[in-house]
Design a protein around this ligand. Structure first.
Ligand SMILES: [Zn+2]
Length: 217
């Protein structure tokens, strides 16, 4: 079975109650990455660091503990921008390996697909290194590319961030392509999370679209 949900973020502490208390659908909780918001949540001093850095072992640990406290098993990480070479990728791979040894399958760190040249892992490299993947349909420019990742790598895709794109605009309400993707996943008995990720101005569509997708299963 696929679990369908929506992505919800917050930009300051006051928004937490307002944004989450009334939701009764599964949610992907997007943590803020700005220091001034993160710090009061965390209560101690360290800087949130990229995954290519040694400090990932510290904040990754805290995030994993937080996920476990919530009963969540999947954590999605953005591959940070770096001047990438083999050494820097190895560093990130070592860090990720450290966590998969530590948490086994209790908590899984998934790398999200981004096509920027400086991302430490490009979508094809996530597959090349056999890392758990969060595939974001808006971040991949070509539909054929989305299909080739899904068809070739679906066993290691744990989450789908679903939204439509139009030229340079991303995270628009789902279109026929998105529905085709979900149909394929259902028909192929894929199990994982499908998360609707829309720009704030389209949040009014989230619950209705979520209902449409659930009805497909
Ligand atoms: Zn995403």
């Amino acid at each position: 079975m696929i679990k369908f949900g929506i992505r919800q973020s917050f930009d300051n502490i006051e928004q937490v109650e307002e944004r989450y208390s009334k939701l009764d659908v599964p949610v992907e909780l997007a943590l803020p990455y700005y220091w001034n918001i993160y710090e009061p949540v965390r209560g101690r001093l360290t800087v949130q660091a990229p995954i290519t850095d040694e400090r990932f072992k510290i904040w990754g640990n805290e995030i994993a503990d937080f996920a476990r406290a919530l009963g969540a098993t999947n954590i999605t990480l953005h591959p940070n921008n770096v001047n990438k070479d083999k050494a820097i990728q190895d560093e990130a791979l070592n860090n990720l390996e450290y966590f998969s040894g530590l948490y086994k399958n209790d908590v899984v760190f998934c790398i999200e697909t981004f096509e920027g040249k400086r991302r430490v892992f490009a979508p094809d490299e996530i597959a090349l290194f056999n890392l758990p993947m969060t595939l974001d349909t808006s971040h991949i420019r070509e539909d054929e590319k989305v299909w080739s990742l899904i068809k070739g790598y679906k066993e290691r895709i744990f989450n789908m961030h679903l939204s439509a794109r139009e030229g340079a605009r991303q995270h628009l309400p789902i279109d026929d392509f998105c529905k085709e993707v979900v149909r394929y996943l259902i028909d192929n008995k894929w199990t994982g999370n499908v998360i609707l990720e829309y720009l704030p101005e389209f949040h009014g569509h989230l619950l209705n679209d979520l209902g449409l997708l659930k009805a497909m299963q």
